[in-house]
Design a protein around this ligand. Structure first.
Ligand SMILES: Cc1cc2nc3c(=O)[nH]c(=O)nc-3n(C[C@H](O)[C@H](O)[C@H](O)COP(=O)(O)O)c2cc1C
Length: 228
């Protein structure tokens, strides 16, 4: 009679020892989930954070705000940001190295500064290994970044100058994102000058189907810009 509890104890020990071997490795905590999306954004005046919020609500994604230890508020902050951007400086960002291990899909949202990704997000992208991650970038700016694209080579000099300048800047952004190892699936832009928060939300969620497609099919890779 007394042997039963002893046998049960042996069985319990045997099961405990054997358990890790039968749990599939894919189920371990911290592993990448193909369905999971992380939205990372920086916002100086709140517009990019509206884009992030609209995307989060549609995609049920996790959100991480990238903060900058530098004070960039007000007029002084504006000019400091413009100068840092012009001089291609980097920022002290928090978190300095986000943990992306759980996420297969990444969305990065950045305001445009001097026709470039803003300094905090440029810092983030340049120091983050995104190898194997699918990446969609959203930018916000006063105006449509494709405004000068329709101009041909017979257009007035100034129009051609801006068209080529913006093409060069756009290529630099793409090269930066490629250097992180990310599989770039799309770039969407929301123009924010003189529009309401609700309009920013509307302009953002019109891209949801394209974002979902971009993450699920390589053939959906796209670049699209809101024109105003
Ligand atoms: C330093 C600086 C430079 C900017 N440069 C541009 C620019 O080159 N083109 C543009 O259309 N908007 C430019 N903007 C405007 C912002 O991109 C735009 O207002 C953006 O939506 C702000 O996003 P946020 O509120 O998330 O910071 C600039 C803003 C700052 C602070």
């Amino acid at each position: 009679m007394k042997k039963t509890p002893i046998i049960l104890t042996y069985v319990a020990i045997a099961l405990t020892v054997a358990m890790p071997a039968v749990v599939p490795t894919g189920a371990q905590a911290g592993d990448e989930d193909p369905e999971k999306t992380l939205i990372m954004y920086y916002s100086r005046t709140g517009k990019s954070s509206v884009v992030g919020d609209a995307l989060q609500k549609e995609l049920k994604a996790d959100v991480l705000e990238i903060r900058d230890t530098q004070n960039r508020s007000g007029t002084i902050g504006f000019w400091r940001s413009a100068l840092d951007s012009y001089l291609d400086r980097y920022a002290d960002i928090e978190p300095s190295k986000p943990d992306l291990s759980k996420y297969a899909n990444i969305i990065i949202i950045s305001p445009i500064w001097n026709w470039n990704i803003c300094v905090p997000i440029r810092t983030l992208i340049s120091r983050t290994d995104m190898s194997g991650k699918k990446l969609v970038v959203f930018t916000t700016a006063n105006i449509d970044i494709k405004k000068y694209e329709p101009y041909g080579d017979d257009a007035p000099f100034v129009k051609r100058f801006f068209r080529d300048y913006l093409r060069k800047k756009s290529k630099a952004m793409r090269d930066l994102a490629s250097a992180s190892g990310a599989d770039i699936r799309g770039h969407f832009h929301v123009a924010t000058k003189d529009i309401t928060e609700d309009q920013i939300r509307q302009d953002t969620i019109q891209y949801i189907q394209q974002v979902l497609c971009a993450f699920s099919l390589p053939s959906c890779v796209t670049s699209f810009v809101v024109s105003r």
